[in-house]
Design a binder for this molecule. Structure first.
Ligand code: ADP
Ligand code: MG
Length: 689
């Protein structure tokens, strides 16, 4: 076969029609190259026969014995039940789907080997749908002692998937899947050898090593993947750097005026980051800078200072935030700072009324509006900027790459690319930042404003709810404010809103002397704004909220945060929520409520939250527990999802991959491009924007 595997549909494989192709597509497998790159998530060991007496639930084992009897059980669902014994014990093989002739396989006394995962069923230890094979005499165990287990989908068996992968493997050769890595990287394993090894590990391979993805064949693949990724990041950067950007002055009297208005002095870290930004803005190349700063580090004012440089040069600034509440908060802060300086701030949101929206759009198009704050609405087609010179995106990890690019593109219509400033409170560990945002420069606000008292965190079981309510009462009676955050695991704004309403009613009964407010995602924008405003003004004591308040909300007088179902939230989210308190100079508390018994992961998370308030440590732990895709929220955005590589584990490969990427791009650009296509088929879309 000489045609490239990437160009051959899975339907080319034996017995794959439209229906099976659809199932494969659910796994992201559309062509034969995809099949080869669908790597095992686990390996089963079939080199060893276990006695049935050693069976325990959850284990996947191979047994050898004989059929004792067979019945068709008529429970809720009909099933075929085969009792199977080996002299040490008896186990039931159960089939919910079976065809009539299948019964013939289980004649009493038939010797066979059966393999599968043991569960607790109606008759005790059972294996549902085991793999089974009749044997005569002393048949040797299968050659490959480790069998690949793949990420799978409903209606597809491991056996079938394995067949398909192996058929694709048999079609792979140096023409259909060319080697793209230089000789030194492929001397021990060529790409093909590495793939063969990973799908069908040779006898006596080390399962532990394979599971850690630390086998040299896997490392070979990881290295290639990281190299491809580095090339694509460099391509993106090159593309952007080839564009022109407006040039702003480094000195800004407007910024000085703003500084004079602030009730505080900037921290050294804020000053440093501001000057890094200001320097970028004096170049005619688009700035691409990520500002990281823990929650409460004071990123907003730095963004406002950056805006001054653009506005002074008569360019527009767009500030985009991921949630309505956060965007509104910025709108209020920016309004507070800029309205006095005679620079009205415009507002744009999906939820605003048509009339208001039309008025905003007109001001944006005419250039009358210099600073525009809003949500995703900012990059919709109907929004025409007169002269967009700086794009500021808050809490970047909530936006997809596509959204970020769409907004930048708005500025590109005059052959000019706006500068871009991205702010995130998700402290991203260095290695991850380098790889995920390789196309960005990074500044860190690594200092909190003075007089902040670290938040004390406790974890309490739901059984102690009454105590928690008393605590809220006591806190609010001293004139301080509190948050009560209701969380649900379901991804439904509606259910979450309902739960919050129920808790709000309960708390109103329990705490009649307090003034309560409720915000959730189902409220109208205006209503939300009114409640947030009165909480900010101290007219409410307790704010019952869903996680809509997760990012950015800033009310320094709140000193107590209650988080329900804390064990279900990720570390990053808990850290964000907790960051809503401890913003003033009073001692603050965070109560994490949970439902016992806690899972291992739940325990670990709550322990970390109690132990530290340092966002960087929390992010490192988060990375360990959950893996980089989730930390960056890239599961949704498709920015970094690695097949083999792991940024944490493969750090030592990253540097070499970075070097190789540079060399390849310079000396063999075609090959470099092919690598990107192979590993990141969606990447060129980004490069093209
Ligand atoms: P974040 O980095 O989480 O976005 P914000 O910009 O919301 O933080 O700032 C948090 C709070 O700290 C705000 O009330 C802000 O006015 C205040 N703040 C910012 N910088 C300073 C500073 N240098 N000194 C004192 N307070 C500051
Ligand atoms: Mg913020």
């Amino acid at each position: 076969m000489t045609q490239q595997l990437a160009h051959i549909s899975v339907q080319h494989l034996k017995g794959v029609g439209a229906a099976l192709a659809d199932k494969l597509a659910k796994l992201g497998l559309t062509n034969l190259q995809d099949m080869l790159f669908h790597l095992p998530r686990d390996y089963e060991d079939r080199s060893h026969i276990s006695p049935i007496c050693s069976a325990h639930t959850g284990a996947t084992l191979l047994f050898e014995g004989e059929v004792l009897d067979m019945t068709v059980a008529q429970g809720k669902r009909q099933s075929l039940a085969v009792r199977f014994g080996d002299g040490t014990g008896v186990i039931t093989l159960r089939f919910y789907h079976f065809y009539p002739q299948q019964k013939e396989h289980f004649k009493r006394g038939t010797r066979m080997r059966v393999f599968g995962e043991i569960r607790l069923g109606t008759s005790g230890m059972e294996i549902y749908h085991p793999e089974y094979k009749a044997i005569k005499g002393d048949e040797p165990l299968p050659d490959a002692n480790l069998t690949a287990i793949y990420p799978n989908t409903e209606g597809l068996t491991q056996v079938r998937l394995r067949q398909l992968v192996n058929e694709a493997l048999s079609l792979a050769n140096s023409q259909s899947l060319p080697e793209l890595m230089p000789a030194y990287a492929s001397s021990r394993y060529s790409l093909l050898q590495a793939l063969h090894t990973v799908h069908n590990p040779p006898n006596n391979s080390n399962r532990e090593l394979l599971l850690m993805r630390a086998h040299p064949a896997q490392q070979r693949l990881a290295f290639e993947e990281l190299t491809a990724h580095q090339i694509s990041l460099a391509q993106r950067r090159q593309h952007i750097q080839a564009l022109q950007a407006p040039v702003f002055k480094v000195e800004s009297p407007l910024a000085q005026q703003l500084l004079a208005k602030l009730p505080f002095a900037l921290t050294n870290a804020q000053r440093r980051v501001w000057s890094e930004i200001a320097r970028d803005l004096t170049h005619n190349k688009p700035m691409l800078r990520l500002v990281q700063g823990d929650v409460g580090a004071g990123k907003t004012v730095v963004a406002a200072l950056a805006a001054c440089h653009a506005v002074a040069a008569d360019w527009q600034v767009g500030l985009m935030a991921p949630t309505e509440i956060l965007a509104e908060q910025h709108f209020v802060s920016f309004g507070h700072w800029f309205n006095d300086l005679n620079l009205p701030v415009a507002w744009l949101s999906g939820k605003q009324g048509t009339k208001e929206r039309t008025a905003s759009l007109a001001k944006i198009a005419s250039g009358e509006a210099k600073i525009i704050v809003g949500t995703h609405a900012l990059f919709q087609d109907s929004v025409q900027f007169a002269r967009l010179g700086l794009v500021i995106i808050d809490e970047q990890h909530r936006f997809g790459v596509d959204q970020r690019l769409a907004l930048r593109q708005k500025g590109e219509q005059w052959g000019m690319c706006p500068h871009q400033l991205i702010m995130t409170a998700t402290p991203i560990p260095r290695t991850l930042a380098m790889s995920a945002y390789g196309d960005l420069d990074t500044s860190v606000i690594d200092e909190l404003p003075p007089n902040r008292t670290p938040v004390t965190t406790v974890a309490l079981s739901n059984a102690r709810r009454a105590e928690v309510i008393e605590r809220v009462r006591a806190n609010c009676q001293t004139g301080k404010q509190a948050y009560w955050v209701c969380t649900l695991i379901e991804e439904s704004e509606l259910l979450e809103a309902q739960a919050a309403e129920a808790i709000y009613e309960e708390l109103q009964k329990e705490l009649p002397e307090l003034r309560l407010g409720l915000v959730h995602g189902k409220l109208k924008s205006n209503d939300k704004q009114v409640i947030m405003k009165s909480f900010k003004l101290g007219e409410l004591d307790l704010l019952v909220a869903t996680t809509v308040i997760e990012v950015g909300v800033d009310v320094p007088n709140s000193s107590l945060m209650i988080i329900e179902n804390a064990e279900r939230l990720g570390l990053a989210q808990l850290h964000q929520l907790r960051g809503r308190v401890g913003r003033g100079s009073t001692v603050s508390y965070c109560v994490l409520m949970y439902q016992p018994p806690l899972s291992q992961m739940g325990q670990e998370r709550l322990a970390i939250m109690r132990a530290t308030t340092d966002g960087f440590i929390i992010a490192e732990k988060d990375l360990e527990i959950r893996g980089p895709g989730e930390v960056l929220g890239t599961k949704q955005t498709g920015m970094v999802e690695f097949k083999v590589a792991d940024l944490q584990r493969d750090q030592q490969l990253l540097k070499t991959a970075h070097q190789l990427a540079k060399t390849l791009q310079k000396e063999q650009p075609q090959q470099a491009h092919a690598l990107v296509l192979r590993w990141l088929p969606n990447a060129p879309k980004y490069v093209a924007v």
